[in-house]
Every structure is written in structure tokens, then in C-alpha cells.
Design a protein around this ligand. Structure first.
Ligand code: DAT
Ligand code: MG
Length: 152
């Protein structure tokens, strides 16, 4: 398990609209993960079709792409030990109604189409999504000054 594992986390338009940007960043910072990249942007249809490509056959796909493109999102890259799996756990289940309190979706959502935040579901997906949303030059290599207080 590598301390430099990376995952792609994105605050969706509903999360941005509801003023949850700082709250979501806080949770990842507080856990000890390191922010490597972040921006605020409106995602175009091509990018979203490709991001959600696996779901292209699903009945909800057009609605999903339309909603995620409806307002600014905050794509981010977070780094740390087991961050892909831990990030998913911090998000909760896809359906907020099945998400435990304490998770982001369990604390801030009710409807599946307004589940506030996206997170990569595997190492492979994370790599693909990071490359899709960020140019290499946007990924910041830096040292967490408090690394020794987070990792043994
Ligand atoms: P997750 O975001 O938990 O990885 P997913 O990859 O299966 O879930 O789906 C991507 C998004 O699509 C999800 O966050 C919300 C939407 N979605 C998934 N299943 C849905 C459904 N049955 N009805 C409406 N929207 C759905
Ligand atoms: Mg997914």
C-alpha cells in the first residue's frame, strides 16, 4: 500500500451550489490526505461522456451528463495511503439514502441524482480520471510538512 496513491474526487454542481466545497475539502485535509490538484470549472459534454462512459447504456445517463454539466464542478486529486478506497468510504454509498451518517453523502444528500460528490472506484479508474481531468502540469508534487505526524 503506497503513501503516494492518488484518487480523483469531484464536487458536483449540487455540492458547489450548496456551499459544500470547503466542508468536503476539510474532511480530506483533516484525514491527513494531501491535495495535489484542484480547480473550478464547467465541464463540457465530451469530457462528461468520456468520464461517465461506462454508464452510457444506463437510462439515467443523459440526465446525469446534463446535470453534471449544468454548473461549475470542483475536480481534485488527493494523495495518501489507501486514498482510493478510503475516499469512497468517506463519500458513502451511491444512493445517499443508503449512506451512513458521517459520510459525505449520508450527511448532505437524499437523492441519488444529487449525491454531491464523485470519487474514483479503483486505482485504474483513478489513473484514468486524473489524466482525463488534469494536465500533468496541473499536478503539484509537494511535501506535506506534517508528514511525520500523519505517517509512522
Ligand atoms: P458512484 O458515483 O457511487 O461511483 P456510479 O458510478 O454507479 O456511482 O454512478 C455515477 C453517478 O450516476 C452516481 O453518482 C449518480 C448517478 N446514478 C447512478 N445510478 C443511478 C440511478 N439508478 N439513477 C439515477 N442516477 C444514478
Ligand atoms: Mg462511479
Amino acid at each position: 500500500m503506497s503513501n503516494t496513491e492518488r484518487t480523483f474526487i469531484m464536487i458536483k454542481p449540487d455540492g458547489v451550489a450548496r456551499g459544500l466545497i470547503a466542508e468536503i475539502i476539510r474532511r480530506f485535509e483533516q484525514r491527513g490526505f494531501k491535495l495535489v490538484a484542484m480547480k473550478l470549472m464547467r465541464a463540457g459534454e465530451d469530457l462528461l461522456q468520456s468520464h461517465y462512459g461506462e454508464l452510457a447504456d444506463k437510462p439515467f445517463f443523459p440526465k446525469l451528463v446534463k446535470f453534471i454539466g449544468s454548473g461549475p464542478v470542483v475536480p481534485m486529486v488527493w494523495e495518501g495511503k489507501d486514498v482510493v478506497k478510503q475516499g469512497r468510504a468517506m463519500l458513502g454509498q451511491t444512493n445517499p439514502l443508503q449512506s451512513a451518517p458521517g459520510t459525505i453523502r449520508g450527511d448532505f444528500g437524499v437523492d441519488i441524482g444529487r449525491n454531491v460528490v464523485h470519487g474514483s472506484d479503483s486505482l485504474e479508474t483513478a489513473e484514468r480520471e486524473i489524466a482525463l481531468w488534469f494536465d500533468k502540469s496541473e499536478l503539484n508534487d509537494w511535501d506535506l510538512p506534517l508528514k511525520g505526524a500523519i505517517y509512522e
